[in-house]
Design a protein around this ligand. Structure first.
Ligand code: VG1
Ligand code: CO
Length: 543
């Protein structure tokens, strides 16, 4: 096998963020850009020689071209076997599942997740470790360092591999195995979720809509919901993955999945609505007439998971990212199980899952998952919900209302200020940090600051410390505001402001969220001086 060593010059901007390297497609299209980054990853994989590697992506524009390059570079870097999804496709959870099942050394996951696709959209590359989860910061920092100094990459020149046909072929000594991207995932779900109970539910006339937003979950959702569980054909809408997601923003929230929201809030709403994102790891849950916040969903899944076969023995613990509401904390306390608060991004859950300290985890950004893989898993969350609905035979909105009645309600919203200029956004965060010491005791409108800090996390398993993970401001009135800058955006800076308020009294559980949170929003804006520092009077997106 002829390995070609191509001389290259490094790029200075290849530092992975919250979830891998994400940039505009046009940045990735620069000569050697993809190759440099992949070489930097491979240079950090210990024991690559002869091992198994998984490659797949969410099918967005540029996916297949990068898969072809990655295959020939993996062969040149000595991997023994490469498992690649048919047509280069693998949802993020399916990639995690396949890495674990076939004991791969890791995987290249090509995705920019919820970011828009197409030639003018975004692309991304992420490396997942042998446990199936995103690489920890120690690894991604080493990749960045390597990418900043790389002088050559290795590749086997040749023609493209036929990715349409399932089966084995070779690049030199390396076996390339094109696999069904759906089958292993379906088999895993079948072991965790009571397919019979859900099948029975659909036979009883239960109806749902799953909006795949023209992204990767379409084939998975069709195979499971319509193929295995007997949901009527047409249950899955926008089920064809498209390279540009049909021009849509594949982010499952009430703003971007507005068609689903309109249906679920209208007179013809089916019993249940759900959606997933570009790479299939996020989930949106909508009851008839009621959007379920991801934070509430995590808490509800935690309290009901034992109804599914995969969790019948109970949970060891639950973790949530810091900006996620505190609803899950109360469930953990009641169940007497472990509870952890981690920085944003799935990579922080992996150690806790590996150590058996938690079984379930989630984020306010519509990510929920469990110890079955090491990524968040959109369809899994939907199936677990269906399992709960099938066993309890209660409408989804009733489950939510009963949850609030038992635990209290966390009113929650997130304000995103997108495409800010980087300098003022950083200055805003610096100014907040500088203020922290003086805030406690100060009053902003109706609210008084009780405590505040810049969140730092010490991993309980390996002791690693991650600093500056977001400013938390806790108010005496049991409200909270959190500020952080996004690590997945691709142009300028995105400021996320997370706002919540706890309401224990059931009499006040049916208020409009915006009304309940108005004083928190006012206080948060005053403290952070958003309008004067960014020139924006309104957020770009409210979810
Ligand atoms: C966002 C979310 C975070 C999530 C990450 C990756 O990160 O806030 O919760 O883990 O996206 O999700 P950030 O740094 O932009 O806030 V996915 O579905 O885009 O891989
Ligand atoms: Co995603």
């Amino acid at each position: 096998m002829a390995i070609t060593r191509i001389p290259t010059t490094p790029f200075s901007d290849q530092r992975p963020g919250t979830s891998g390297l994400r940039k505009k497609v046009t940045i990735f299209q620069q000569p050697h850009y993809v190759e440099n980054f992949i070489q930097a990853i491979f240079d950090n994989v210990e024991g690559a020689e002869g091992s198994t590697l998984v490659i797949g992506g969410d099918g967005r524009f540029f996916n297949e071209a990068v898969v072809q390059v990655a295959l020939r570079m993996a062969a040149a870097n000595g991997f023994g076997r490469i498992l690649v999804g048919q047509r280069g496709l693998l949802s993020t959870p399916a990639a995690s599942c396949v890495i674990r099942k076939y004991k791969a050394i890791g995987g290249l996951v090509l995705s920019a997740s919820h970011n828009p696709g197409g030639p003018d959209g975004d692309f991304g590359i992420k490396f997942n470790m042998s446990h199936g989860g995103p690489a920890p910061e120690s690894f991604t920092e080493a990749v960045f360092k390597r990418a900043s100094a790389v002088t050559e990459y290795r590749i086997v020149e040749g023609t493209d591999i036929d990715l349409a046909r399932i089966g084995e072929t070779r690049i030199g000594d390396t076996i390339v195995q094109v696999i069904d991207p759906v089958a292993d995932y379906v088999e895993l779900m079948e072991r965790l979720i009571d397919f019979n109970a859900i099948g029975e539910l659909f036979r009883s006339g239960f109806r749902m809509r799953f909006d795949a937003l023209n992204a990767i979950t379409g084939p998975y959702a069709k195979a499971i919901l319509e193929g295995r569980l007997g949901a009527p054909v047409g249950t899955v809408v926008n089920g064809e993955p498209k390279p540009d997601f049909g021009g849509h923003h594949p982010d499952p929230n009430p703003v971007h999945a507005h068609e689903l929201m309109a249906l679920m809030m209208g007179p013809d709403a089916p019993d249940f609505g759900a959606a997933s994102d570009g790479d299939g790891d996020r989930n949106m849950i909508v009851a008839r007439g009621l959007f379920v916040t991801p934070s509430d969903s995590l808490a509800i899944l935690t309290s009901h998971a034992h109804l599914a076969p995969g969790y019948a023995q109970g949970l060891s613990g639950v973790a949530r990212s810091m900006p996620t509401s505190r609803a899950a904390d109360r469930v953990a306390k009641k169940l007497g199980i472990n509870f952890f608060e981690t920085p944003t991004g799935w990579k922080f859950f992996a150690n806790l899952l590996d150590a058996g300290l938690i079984t379930i985890c989630g984020e306010e950004s519509a990510g929920t998952g469990s110890n079955h893989i090491r990524e968040k898993d959109g369809l899994w969350a939907v199936l677990l919900w269906l399992n709960i609905l099938a066993v309890t035979r209660k409408p989804a909105d009733q489950i939510v209302r009963e949850h609030w009645a038992t635990y209290g309600r966390d009113y929650y919203t997130r304000h995103d200020y997108e495409e800010l200029e980087t300098a003022p956004a950083n200055e805003l965060m610096d100014a907040l940090r500088a203020k922290l010491a003086s805030l406690p005791g100060q009053r902003f409108g109706e609210l008084t600051v009780q405590a505040c800090d810049d969140f730092a996390y010490t991993d309980p398993v390996d002791g690693s410390v991650t600093m500056k993970q977001g400013i938390r401001i806790l108010f005496r009135e049991d409200a909270r505001a959190v500020f952080r800058l996004s690590g997945t955006g691709t142009s300028g800076a995105t400021l996320r402001v997370y706002l919540e308020r706890f309401e224990p009294n059931p009499v006040r559980h049916n208020m409009p969220t915006a009304e309940v949170l108005a004083p928190v929003i006012e206080a948060a804006n005053a403290i952070s001086e958003i309008a004067s520092r960014t020139g924006r009077s309104e957020p770009s997106v409210i979810t």
